[in-house]
Design a protein around this ligand. Structure first.
Ligand code: S3P
Length: 168
């Protein structure tokens, strides 16, 4: 399978990517982790020391390299991956793109716990998180909506996810 999981930060891309890869038996790549390993820096440090633009270029290059080097894969993208350069059309050309469309309130709950490790969220005051996420999500929907499949994470199981993929 050649599968790209996209969706907002906290939507469960890494979690579901890992589970699906175990089930299917294809190699799993977490795009952020691959970048962190090759740069030997956390995503937060890459943003702080080298800037977002540098990260976005690395993100695009890493995405393209993983696709080139692996005949089958499950790639969990970063939340911004489909929104930069031509990444969304690239992914659609080389595999199936799935948007994990997770409920806004679930995103807010999860991200409030992890905001300090996320460069785009760390400076947002807690009370402004919901409106910040809402606005950012609104801007990004035009990219996420281009996915081949849209999966609602609510009450999702590996079996139902597998069925959605095989029925498609
Ligand atoms: C980002 C999401 C992060 C990471 C970076 C930027 C974004 O990935 O790539 O902090 O722009 O939404 P996750 O969605 O895996 O947290």
């Amino acid at each position: 399978m050649r599968l790209f999981l996209i969706g907002f930060m906290g939507s469960g891309k890494s979690h579901w990517g890992r589970l699906l890869a175990q089930q299917i038996g294809d190699p799993f790549f977490d795009l952020d982790h691959v970048i962190v390993e090759s740069e030997q820096k956390t995503v937060a440090r890459i943003f702080a020391e080298l800037g977002e633009e540098y990260f976005r270029i690395k993100e695009k290059e890493t995405l393209e390299r993983l696709v080139e080097e692996n005949p089958a894969f499950i790639i969990s993208c970063g939340g911004g991956t489909p929104c930069f350069f031509n990444n969304i059309s690239f992914m659609k050309r080389y595999g199936t793109v799935v948007w994990l469309n997770t409920d806004l309130n679930v995103l807010v709950q999860r991200l409030l716990k992890e905001k300090d490790t996320r460069p785009l969220l760390r400076d947002i005051p807690e009370e402004e998180m919901k409106s910040f996420i809402m606005k950012k999500l609104l801007g990004r929907k035009q990219y996420y909506q281009q996915a081949h499949l849209i999966v609602n994470e609510d009450a999702l199981t590996v079996d139902t996810f597998m069925k959605i993929l095989t029925d498609a």
